[in-house]
Design a protein around this ligand. Structure first.
Ligand code: DX5
Ligand code: ZN
Length: 219
């Protein structure tokens, strides 16, 4: 049975007690911690960045799954890995072309982290097929990036299925992660379609039964 990885997104956490929220997530069975960086350019919101990542790195045993929704990811890739990203996922749409995406993947690998590529809802999965042999993870956005608490877009399911078909066909060691509007219903749909990693923010944080909710997502 494939292990489903749950990655709580701290964008939805209570920042007055961030350390406690992270501890709850880890105790609740999360193996990854999803860290949403937003620059107010690539997405119409600003979240948090390097100082916050540095402050949480080493304070928990989960994988730092850093999702940068920023313009010019090539300029910041090394900095995010040095600040503590174990997996660094950037957006295909923020790259000048597929060659720049390849360069960023190389930079991430050269600095010792895993590389992920993310696509927004309006980007076709086929556009990143040429990158599948080089990345460790593909992040399929099931909402328009920028905010937590949005409605799941079921078009993500077709993309997940298509990607898992190509990944399996070519026997590639690539994880599929899905992000946005994930709860026990949509999460199940995504894992049935082939997703390995489920990001969840508002479904997990702000409730007193996070362990129970994480268990439901892993089913
Ligand atoms: C949105 C972020 C997501 C978001 C998920 O741009 O990339 O990670 O925090 O939040 P929910 O699970 O509430 O949709
Ligand atoms: Zn995210």
């Amino acid at each position: 049975m494939r292990e489903i990885i749950v990655a709580p997104s701290i964008l939805s956490a209570d920042f007055k007690k961030l350390a406690e929220e992270i501890q709850q997530a880890e105790k609740g069975g999360a193996k990854w911690l999803h860290f949403d960086v937003m620059d107010g350019h690539f997405v119409p919101n600003i979240s948090f960045g390097i100082p916050v990542l540095k402050s949480i790195k080493g304070n928990h045993g989960m994988i730092n799954d850093v999702h940068i929704m920023i313009d010019n990811p090539k300029k910041y890739a090394k900095t995010f890995v040095e600040a503590g990203a174990d997996v660094l996922t950037f957006h295909y749409e923020a790259c000048k072309n597929i060659y720049e995406a390849r360069d960023i993947i190389d930079i991430i690998h050269e600095n010792g982290a895993k590389a992920g590529i993310s696509i927004k809802p309006r980007t076709k999965a086929e556009e990143i097929f040429p990158l599948l042999p080089y990345v460790d993870l593909v992040l399929v956005m099931s909402v328009e990036p920028g905010f937590g608490g949005q409605e799941f877009n079921p078009e993500a399911l077709g993309k997940i299925f298509l990607l898992q078909y190509h990944i399996k066909k070519d026997n590639l060691p690539v994880l599929i992660e899905v992000d946005g509007g994930i709860n026990e219903i949509t999460g199940k749909q995504c894992t049935l379609a082939g997703a390995d990693v489920l990001v969840a923010g508002s479904y997990l944080f702000g409730h007193d039964d996070i362990a129970e909710r994480i268990k439901k997502l892993k089913r």
